[in-house]
Design a protein around this ligand. Sequence first.
Ligand code: BGC
Length: 268
Amino acid sequence: MDKKKLQDQVAIVTGASSGIGAGIARALAREGARVVVNYSSSPDKAAEVLKEIHDGGGEGFTMKANVSREEDVQAMFAETIKRYGTVDILINNAGLQKDARFHEMTLEEWNQVIGINLTGQFLCAREAVKEFMRRGLVPERSKSVGKIICISSVHEVIPWAGHANYAASKGGVMMLMKTIAQEYAPQKIRINSIGPGAIRTPINYAAWQTPQAYNQLLKLIPAKRIGETEDVNGAAVWLASDDSEYVNGITLFVDGGMLLYPGFEDNG
Ligand code: BGC
């Protein structure tokens, strides 16, 4: 049998108790990775994801950490290294929305979104890079010293009224990703992003829960369907594997064409 694409590699997936993170955690485990299922407030849902990983013959553990807290992030990396020896892959996924009209947005709403979506990605990426450099290349595991995949959004480029904190966080993730990709490429560390469009998860429940909302949403999606979390998994496995060894500093959009200016389909 062919060796699995991520055999024996160790992956931390932040925000893995639901949505896109849960899907990616299961997909990496199917490819042979040992997966740390990180969560911040839903231990039961994280345990379910881990159970599915175990049921599929995979390995991993759940770990509580709020990614916006330096001590939590450091404890999560320390525990992972204690149990599995190192970290090969970081999926920087944890994220949230706190939507408000800009002139009504509280500092708390701003700080919470920037804290989890951007500072959280900074803190986790920094610990990952430190560990990658400490360990160095292990050629029988991967051609790269380490891989980081930032879960960004189409809103790293599409402005989004009513979501200034979220759009600013994802624009920040884009430049964080590109800058550290440039900085550590010589060390064989690869950092890329996935930019999902509308994927059916709890974060955008309001956009697909009623037929009216769903029909509105479809106007923004040339593919004429909402994405499912499974649509994102292949991109994550590919960016984490040696199949993408020469790919560094990109955002791979998985959006059904949302970035294609769908308003121009029958206009302009
Ligand atoms: C947001 C979703 C939204 C999608 C497309 C995502 O980043 O979290 O709420 O549906 O972008 O606009």
